[in-house]
Design a protein around this ligand. Structure first.
Ligand SMILES: Cc1ncc(COP(=O)(O)O)c(C=O)c1O
Length: 371
């Protein structure tokens, strides 16, 4: 594990990105939304999985949705000729030329962007596709319904190809306000009679609100094999595969006696004799410092491996696991922190967060292998 370009073996931590799992999850989106085109959402370095892997694994998507224009440029340099949607449009007027050269589609969510587009004279003979964003209750980005049609007509008159978009606040919850139904109704009422395709659904809507999909769906987290709710149980039957497998190794073993304590703060106290393994992974790698005792870590064995619970506070570069159920474990034994054996959502839940945050926060120092 972890051999570097100069042939030296690195610290044994590795994020393996399984492109076949990307493809599988994309196929699941197609099955669930067969009538819709797919914007694969790859913002935040493809939720921490790296753009290169996403481009390889999601090559059959209809388009990529992301935030930064330099990431769009990178996709074009790699030869991606399909659609690219800038999810927050452009942040400054001077980005428009570049977005135009790169043939990006734009989300437009505020009046300043409308004004910039009205005075923009691009070189590209094909004007931008604009996904005009409506704020139907999430109150993050977008035009209120009362302002939406004016913005639509202004950009339409300026010659842009207009489409409609909104984002759900609660597609992963039941009856939480604003509901998907209420947001969808407002959206449909507001765009009545206007031309253009629609884009509404994130992963949660694709999984659980299939009457609210629209012409273009925008899956993110489900493409990475994690849960929109943060709870693994909610996607257990959704037939998704974990794309990132975060592995490391045991680099030391300690024999403890009853009453011995582990790590900073001595949070965990041994209740009897026990063997613990020290794993080369800590919060500086992106493993959550708040992970509780008992968070599962998988340790490889000759047969199928065994889950060993985390014991003690996670430190910067290391964490400790209880090896009482893994008598075979030794220095060099491979462990999985999350992936196909340990859902990232389970680690997240034990750390009071969601899988999204853990995946996006994998540190740059963790080597990535694209499989
Ligand atoms: C506008 C928009 N659409 C789609 C997505 C994808 O959401 P998810 O990862 O929950 O599928 C996001 C992510 O936050 C988003 O901001």
């Amino acid at each position: 594990m972890g051999e570097s370009a100069n042939g030296l073996v690195n610290r044994p931590i590795l994020a393996s990105i399984h492109t076949a799992a990307f493809q599988h999850n994309l196929n699941r989106v197609r099955e669930l939304a067969p009538e819709s085109k797919i914007w694969s959402v790859i913002k935040a370095r493809a939720y921490g999985h790296c753009f290169e892997a996403a481009l390889k694994g999601l090559a059959s998507t209809d388009g990529f949705a992301l935030l930064d224009i330099q990431d769009a440029a990178w996709l074009r340099e790699q030869g991606w000729q399909g659609r690219i949607l800038l999810l927050e449009g452009f942040f400054h007027e001077n980005e428009l030329n570049r977005a135009d050269e790169l043939s990006c589609d734009l989300v437009v969510h505020c009046d300043a962007q409308v004004e910039w587009l009205e005075r923009f004279r691009g070189k590209n003979p094909k004007p931008f596709n604009v996904f005009l964003k409506m704020n139907t209750g999430m109150n993050r980005l977008g035009f209120k319904p009362a302002e939406y049609r004016t913005a639509f007509h202004r950009l339409h008159s300026a010659g842009y190809h207009m489409h409609h978009m909104t984002h759900f606040a609660n597609a992963d919850q039941v009856d939480q306000l604003p509901t998907v139904g209420a947001q969808q109704e407002l959206f449909n009422e507001t765009i009545a009679g206007l031309a253009g395709s629609t884009s509404l659904a994130n992963s949660a809507a694709i999984l659980w609100h299939r009457n609210a999909l629209g012409d273009w769906v925008r899956p993110g987290i489900m493409l990475y094999g994690a849960s929109p709710t943060g709870l693994h149980a909610d996607i257990e039957h959704a037939n998704l595969q974990a794309v990132m497998h975060l592995h490391s190794e045991i680099i030391d073993i300690q024999e403890l006696q009853k009453g011995d304590r582990i790590g900073y703060g001595g949070r965990y106290e041994a209740t009897g004799a026990m063997r613990i393994g020290i794993v080369a992974c800590g919060y500086a790698d992106g493993y959550p410092r708040h992970a509780q005792d008992g968070t599962p870590v998988w340790v490889a064995a000759d047969d199928q491996g065994v889950i060993c619970p985390l014991v003690g506070r996670v430190s910067m570069d290391m964490l400790a696991i209880d090896l009482r159920d893994a008598p075979h474990a030794k220095i060099g034994s491979v462990v999985q922190l999350w992936g196909d054996k340990v859902p990232v959502d389970v680690v997240a839940q034990m750390s009071d967060t969601i899988g999204y945050e853990l995946l996006c926060a994998v540190a740059p120092r963790v080597p990535v292998e694209i499989k």
